[in-house]
Design a protein around this ligand. Structure first.
Ligand code: SDX
Length: 440
């Protein structure tokens, strides 16, 4: 748990002549926050902060990001170093357990995961109940919640052994669950995991192999997938991670909390943006590549259209992940020997938007979702599976935050306040005395 560093300084609040003081808490990267835990008890006041844009819900030692400077670090290690040197399982271990694993720790983690990739045969029957065109995020969230019914004696969030086994099971089975939802949607036989393949190779095989022929793992695909999963592994208190923490704060089990995170990630403003970016690029391509028209549309307040893959709640500079992915796009496409007209459109869109005063003034830059879809497409991953890929990448981050929250003795159940703005005291009116006009 992070060392709480409390500054000697305090914050003063003066309301109606009354003066209140609150401690200022400083984090290990010199971020400062006003601790208002006693605000309501002392002043009867509460705060209002739409979208929690100015509110931290916890102190966390997992991921540090600085949106102004475009910095992202997992347990202090810059994302650029991890992207260049690590692999997804090692990064997952780092996020969940707090340190880079020793060779023994790594091999034990990998072996346990490898030996838990199978789904119970009864669970596989669940897939027959979904319509063929079910969105794979709906399937993913449902199956992750359902899977806990097979481990009813292993759900106690305060039991370390049960939590550790649940972590292994989720890390191991999410790729299988995802690949099975894809195979079901195309009416192909499900491909069982293979224990002699590494994590990413196993997933690609489950996605694209068919029983009637040998499947050849393409090393470039495996390298690209590792990079994508590393870049998506955590991002501090984003919408879906905050959801996982809030559900977990009621002491709901890990599967229930992760299922909630999957559903929060599905939204087009969050993890669903990578699917929306490709759909947008296709639309621009089908419109003869008229990039300017879409940039103008995204600036028109009367038009709900936004430039998907652009803008970020925290990054008011380049998203470092987008920079890494932009470079990777060229390399991956060249290695794989494909050219994608959508990449040319994406680059033209980025260049024009970055030189547009509207985007400059609002500090809107490409985010992680802007380029990821181009690489997923090169790996032959279907568009409606893009957000599922984001979920597979973000799983270790969700787990790490849930674990940190549960291990923090100071954690309380999350229960925000509100400012009530509805009717004052009102009374029941019998049906035959209600005036339809007034009701309307
Ligand atoms: C992810 O939080 C995380 O860390 C998320 C994530 C992670 O790893 O978990 O990084 C992953 O979700 C990345 C974001 C993916 N979403 C998109 O690409 C969808 C498009 N982007 C936007 O919807 C928007 O930028 C958000 C939702 C990402 C951020 O929205 P905010 O912080 O609430 O900002 P805002 O909507 O208030 O926008 C500020 C201004 C507004 O104009 P004004 O009302 O001030 O005049 O910028 C405009 C917005 O209209 N704006 C855009 C825009 N994004 C913001 N205008 C055009 N196109 C856009 N994409």
């Amino acid at each position: 748990i992070t060392k709480e560093r409390t500054m000697s300084k305090k914050a003063k609040l003066i309301v109606d002549g009354e003066e209140y003081e609150f401690p200022i808490v400083e984090g290990s990267e010199q971020e400062k926050g006003i601790d208002i835990s006693s605000l309501r008890a002392e002043s009867k006041l509460i705060t209002l902060d739409n979208g929690f844009a100015n509110t931290s819900t916890c102190q966390s030692g997992i991921t540090f990001l600085n949106g102004e400077e475009g910095i992202l670090r997992y347990r202090g290690i810059p994302i650029e170093e991890l992207a260049a040197n690590s692999n997804f399982l090692e990064v997952s271990y780092l996020l969940i357990y707090g340190n880079l694993p020793t060779p023994e720790e790594y091999h034990s983690f990998e072996k346990q995961i490898t030996e838990h990739t199978l789904l119970r045969e009864d669970l596989i029957k669940f897939y027959d109940g979904f319509p063929r065109d079910a969105h794979p995020m709906a399937v993913l969230g449902s199956i992750v919640s359902a899977i806990s019914t097979f481990y009813q004696d292993g759900l106690d969030p305060k039991n370390k052994d049960q939590v550790d086994l649940s972590i292994i099971r989720l890390m191991a089975k999410l790729p299988t669950i995802a690949a099975y939802s894809y195979k079901t949607s195309i009416g192909q036989p499900k491909i069982y995991p293979t224990n002699d393949l590494d994590y990413c190779s196993n997933f690609l095989k489950m996605m694209f192999a068919v029983p009637s022929e040998e499947y050849e793992v393409v090393p470039e695909f495996v390298e690209a997938l590792n990079l994508l999963l590393i870049l998506h592994a955590d991002h501090e208190q984003n919408c879906s991670t905050s959801t996982v923490r809030l559900i977990g704060s009621s002491q709901a089990n890990l599967y229930a909390s992760i299922s909630g995170g999957i559903n929060a990630l599905w939204g087009p403003l969050h993890g669903g943006a990578n699917q929306a970016v490709i759909e947008m690029l296709h639309e621009i391509h089908d419109n003869g590549g008229d990039v300017d028209k879409f940039i103008e549309m995204s600036k028109d307040k009367s038009n709900p259209f936004r430039l998907m893959g652009f803008g970020h709640r925290v990054y008011k500079n380049f998203d470092p992940r987008a920079k890494i992915l932009k470079d990777a796009c060229d390399k991956v496409l060249e290695k794989i020997g494909v050219s994608d007209p959508l990449l040319d459109i994406a680059k033209s869109l980025e260049e024009k938007a970055l030189n547009d005063p509207y985007f400059q003034e609002k500090k809107l830059y490409p985010n992680v979702d802007f380029y990821s879809g181009i690489i997923y497409s090169a790996l032959k991953i279907p568009t409606d599976m893009f957000t599922v890929m984001f979920a597979i990448g973000r799983l270790p981050g969700w787990i790490a935050h849930w674990k940190e929250m549960n291990e923090n003795k100071g954690t309380k159940i999350g229960r925000p306040r509100q400012i009530y703005s509805g009717e004052n005291l009102n009374h029941y009116v019998p049906m035959n005395q209600r005036d339809k006009k007034k009701a309307a």
